[in-house]
Design a binder for this molecule. Structure first.
Ligand code: SF4
Length: 128
């Protein structure tokens, strides 16, 4: 795909790019002082681990106000985008498609971790 050719994709084609790796449904922590980002193994409360899908996809922005829609306008401006995210290939010249494994059994729901313990769940992205 040439630079920014994705602007010509239909909404349906755009949605179809997602490979449902689920990585964007994991919490990312940001150091308020340095801006450094840290990936965690904590999944959004609405992540359906069994089916590797958001369980409230159509209503996700109502249910989870922090959820962010990945669009043609912001896709190249999200520093936390997981390395395995299929949308990265649109703008990341170093992107190499990676085989991803399902998150099943490797993550924990947000409902099961106290906020004060989130830092204990920081993980290397490649280890998920
Ligand atoms: S990280 Fe990207 S490819 Fe994976 S589920 Fe989220 S949007 Fe889809």
């Amino acid at each position: 795909m040439t630079d920014k050719a994705w602007y010509n994709l239909t909404e349906q084609q755009w949605e179809a790019i997602c490979n449902h790796c689920g990585r964007c449904c994991l919490l990312t922590l940001e150091d308020e002082e340095t801006g450094e980002l840290y990936h965690t193994d904590i999944a959004c409360r609405y992540y359906d681990e069994k089916n590797c899908r958001c369980s409230v996809y159509e209503k996700r922005f109502e249910r989870q106000p922090e959820c962010l829609k990945i669009t043609k306008d912001n896709v190249d401006k999200l520093p936390w985008m997981p390395k395995m995210c299929a949308y990265r290939k649109l703008f990341d010249r170093n992107y190499r498609p990676q085989k991803f494994t399902k998150l099943t059994g490797k993550i924990i729901s947000q409902t099961q971790v106290k906020k004060s313990d989130w830092e204990k769940h920081i993980v290397e992205e490649n280890n998920l």
